[in-house]
Design a protein around this ligand. Structure first.
Ligand SMILES: Cc1cc2nc3c(=O)[nH]c(=O)nc-3n(C[C@H](O)[C@H](O)[C@H](O)COP(=O)(O)OP(=O)(O)OC[C@H]3O[C@@H](n4cnc5c(N)ncnc54)[C@H](O)[C@@H]3O)c2cc1C
Length: 44
């Protein structure tokens, strides 16, 4: 992969809401996430 334009640290709500439109508009984005899986516990 070529060098990214943006590196987002953390695939939480903020990181993913930022990454999606950047990526969709052609910006090369890399997301670094420390967790191995997404949290799946129910929140209400
Ligand atoms: C128990 C609980 C219930 C909640 N319920 C609701 C709800 O019902 N409705 C609602 O709107 N909000 C709820 N919230 C709040 C909501 O989860 C947060 O507001 C939201 O997740 C914040 O998003 P964020 O992207 O800032 O942080 P996070 O979602 O915390 O994401 C940060 C990410 O960065 C990663 N990270 C951190 N440090 C590093 C590092 N050094 N390198 C790589 N990755 C890293 C973490 O692993 C994580 O995945 C709840 C929160 C909690 C704790």
């Amino acid at each position: 992969m070529s060098d990214p334009d943006v590196i987002v640290v953390g695939a939480g709500a903020a990181g993913m809401v930022l990454s999606l439109p950047l990526s969709a508009s052609g910006v090369k984005v890399v997301v670094l996430e420390q967790a191995r899986t997404f949290a799946r516990e129910f929140r209400n």
